[in-house]
Design a protein around this ligand. Structure first.
Ligand SMILES: [Mg+2]
Length: 263
């Protein structure tokens, strides 16, 4: 007997966030909000965005205030401050501090300063447990490899996550504490709340959602998801653990939420 649904967790860009010109997305967001209220669900945002860009998405997209928010690809956990802002969750920071030990983000940043072909991203893209660099898009694999080798040499408990900005073809290199991801943050929060992952529906659309889509939650893959992510979820999880929506973004989240509420 599956646990009844307690929580909707969702990526924002390409997933819950309505497209600016799509009126169906906007009206479906209203329905999502009313289902969350009617079923007293927790609402978690799980995003690569920084806390500042999260707040912009909430105000520009007309999103409801969440129960919690995971930012910076899993390296920051925020709780609402009672007003319109958020505070970092101390106990999550302590967990990440224990993983990195003596290797703070600042020390990793300064060790990497010597490495060729990478430059630090802007200050607002750095976080207490995330160190981010740019490189030339065509050099991405070699730069990621070099950082990985150096992290191993230094015995620094950090790993590199490489991705490419499809619009500018810039290489993006995010260094995160070993094991930290959107799925790590979501599982950590569930454990704190004594909630089973099977009582959580998680919606996503791209590669950095894959770990969370396959970590034991009830997955919702939105209709605009990239095909590799969709196929990876289908092959990594049993059929009763994923829902492949036909509609896009907000509308796909609504479709999946209705499916899991009826389950
Ligand atoms: Mg996304």
């Amino acid at each position: 007997m599956p646990h009844s649904l307690t929580t909707l967790a969702s990526d924002l860009d390409g997933t819950l966030l309505p497209s600016a010109e799509n009126d169906t997305h906007k009206s479906d967001l209203v329905t999502v909000k009313s289902l969350i209220e009617r079923h007293s669900l927790n609402l978690l945002y799980v995003t690569g965005r920084s806390p500042q860009l999260l707040e912009e998405a909430i105000s520009q997209g007309g999103l409801p205030r969440p129960t919690m928010a995971v930012c910076d690809v899993g390296s920051t956990l925020l709780e609402p401050d009672g007003g319109v802002g958020f505070n970092p969750v101390d106990s999550y920071e302590h967990t990440l501090s224990r993983i990195v030990g003596d290797f703070s983000a600042d020390s990793v940043r300064s060790l990497c300063k010597e490495l060729p072909g990478i430059r630090p991203q802007e200050q607002h893209k750095q976080a207490p447990f995330k160190v981010s660099f740019y490189c030339e898009g065509h050099e991405l694999p070699v730069r990621a490899q070099l950082i990985s080798e150096r992290l191993a040499e230094w015995r620094a408990p950090w790993r590199v996550v490489a991705s490419r900005d499809p619009e500018t073809n810039t290489g993006l290199l995010d260094l995160l504490p070993t094991g930290v991801s959107k799925a790590f943050a979501l599982s950590w929060w569930c454990q704190q709340q004594s909630l089973s992952l099977t009582s959580v529906a998680f919606a996503g659309d791209s590669g950095n959602d894959l770990a969370a889509l396959t970590c034991g939650c009830r997955a919702i893959v939105v209709g605009n998801a990239d095909p590799q992510t969709r196929e990876a979820v289908i092959s990594a999880t049993p059929p009763d653990q994923h829902y492949i929506a036909t509609r896009t973004a907000t509308s796909g989240v609504l479709e999946g939420l209705q499916h899991w509420l009826a389950d």
